[in-house]
Design a protein around this ligand. Sequence first.
Ligand SMILES: [Zn+2]
Length: 173
Amino acid sequence: MLPRQLIAEEYPDAVQVKDFAAYLKEQTGHPCKIGIEAALAGWGLSEQHLSILLYHMENLGWIQQLERRREGWEFTLTALPPAMYQTLYDAIYRRREKRYDRLEEIKRWVQSVKCRREAIGSYFSQSHTGALAFCCDRCGIDYAFYEKKETDVQAPAQEWNWEDELDVLLPLA
Ligand SMILES: [Zn+2]
């Protein structure tokens, strides 16, 4: 599956945020209980979606005493602002965009023709000094050096796929 799609599915969409916010508006001032199953049935929110929504609401200071119970969440709603939906959606949207940006950075790195070490070094604000005999796939590697050692290893002839590689590096499940 595409990494971008995996990221998108982690976050609730605009309609879900809107419906959830509308429901909570009616509960202002009351202790609230939201069951995992009820969230899925009521708003199509997965367990992760619900956690993300409540995390941001707590961060924004709208809910207190947020506690995870066996079958759901309990909390007290304090002050919900009039533009609650928009503020909440913006917070979630910003977070998702950051994840997309990071994904794009990795894609650029994978597809770049520049030295791998130099690119990673500049990311961590370090300068790449000195050439290495076996630097990276971009600078040139003497594959014969590795092949000699792997002659008796039966490696499957698989084509390298950056998306598979990315799933290993950044598991999103
Ligand atoms: Zn290099």
